[in-house]
Design a protein around this ligand. Structure first.
Ligand code: ADP
Ligand code: MG
Length: 317
């Protein structure tokens, strides 16, 4: 059994180095040098075992996801990630578990040059809390409250995959590893988020379900939205699951955990957005429009459509 300080040493040995980290893990606090003239963007997300990931999730996947969901929040702000902190609550001080966790965490951290600069290690039920820090130029941030009537609504990737993976896991039947990978290792759309300031008006990342998260944008912006749910792209893996169309629509509209970006932009930005998405290497699709009002209204085959389940709320059930 390792001690707390042995675990911290293992973590310290693996972190990404950055010139703007003056003091890293090892002192009472980290000392960081933000770039002159930039605004600091901060986000925090916690993953609890059995609530935010299935109990059988591999430690490396937990590490990946803990950072990914946080980077997704920075992506939705149009921010460049720089640093993070990590609070680890572990039932046992298990060095092998921490090493495996770091395999996933640091793989994603290296992709985005994110330095883990500090944290806390405690004993308790398995829980991982990450805070990320990034930068934006003043006035270039993507906010939830900036959608305008007439904007088109866009979504990245293929929402619904993670929700179907969770459904397959819960049903204990056949499980598609490609879908499970989308649940365990979401891809934060950082490159796309960085392309959007100046083109998009409002943005949010889809953690709780497309309609629920879009409703947050509408509420913050005092606008309504119309979505054609059949315009939401379907991945090959989700199609191969052979679901009833309405079951599939519900997963795509209300399933959480995809960490795709949903954003609004004026019609005139269409071509520039397609070019930006190409540059970022992620497909984007127009799925609706911002309208007057307050409601998010979905249609399927031209008729009004409501999902069987509205969205994911950890405390609302
Ligand atoms: P203190 O008791 O002064 O709060 P700790 O013993 O908790 O210090 O932590 C010692 C150092 O290790 C600090 O720099 C802290 O940021 C870092 N640290 C502790 N746990 C983690 C972790 N899970 N990930 C990254 N850094 C950590
Ligand atoms: Mg401490």
């Amino acid at each position: 059994m390792a001690g707390e300080f042995d675990l911290i040493d293992r973590i310290r040995a693996r972190v990404v180095a950055r010139d703007d980290v003056v003091l890293c893990i090892g002192d009472d606090a980290a000392l960081l040098q933000p770039p002159a003239g930039m605004q600091l963007v901060v986000a925090m997300d916690t993953l609890n075992a059995g609530i935010h990931f299935p109990h059988d999730t591999a430690p490396a996947d937990i590490g990946w996801k803990a950072l990914a969901v946080n980077l997704s929040d920075l992506a939705a702000m149009g921010a460049t990630p720089a640093w993070c902190t990590l609070s680890l609550s572990l039932p046992e001080p298990d060095a092998a578990w921490v090493d495996a966790f770091l395999d996933g965490f640091e793989a994603l951290a290296r992709q985005h040059a994110v330095a883990l600069v500090g944290g806390d290690t405690t004993r308790g039920p398995l829980s991982v809390c990450v805070t990320v820090f990034g930068f934006v130029s003043p006035g270039r941030v993507l906010r939830r409250d900036a959608a305008s009537v007439g904007d088109e609504i866009w979504v990245s990737g293929t929402p619904g995959d993670a929700a179907e993976a969770l459904a397959q896991w819960s049903a204990c039947g056949a499980r598609d590893p490609a879908l499970r990978a989308r649940l365990d290792r979401p891809t934060p759309r950082v490159a796309l988020g960085l392309q959007l300031p100046g083109l998009a008006h409002a943005a949010i990342d889809i953690s709780d379900g497309l309609l629920a998260d879009l409703a947050h944008v509408c509420c913050a912006s005092s606008v309504g939205a119309e979505i054609d749910i059949d315009a939401v792209p379907v991945s090959d893996a989700l199609r191969a699951a052979g679901l009833e169309p309405d079951t599939r629509r519900t997963l795509q509209a209300s399933g959480g955990d995809d960490y795709e970006l949903c954003f609004t932009a004026p019609v005139g930005a269409r071509d520039a957005i397609v070019a930006a998405a190409l540059e970022a290497g992620v497909p984007v699709t127009r799925i609706g429009r911002i309208v007057k009002g307050r409601d998010v209204v979905a249609t399927a085959n031209g008729a009004p459509w409501t999902p069987a389940r509205a969205g994911w709320d950890h405390f609302g059930g």
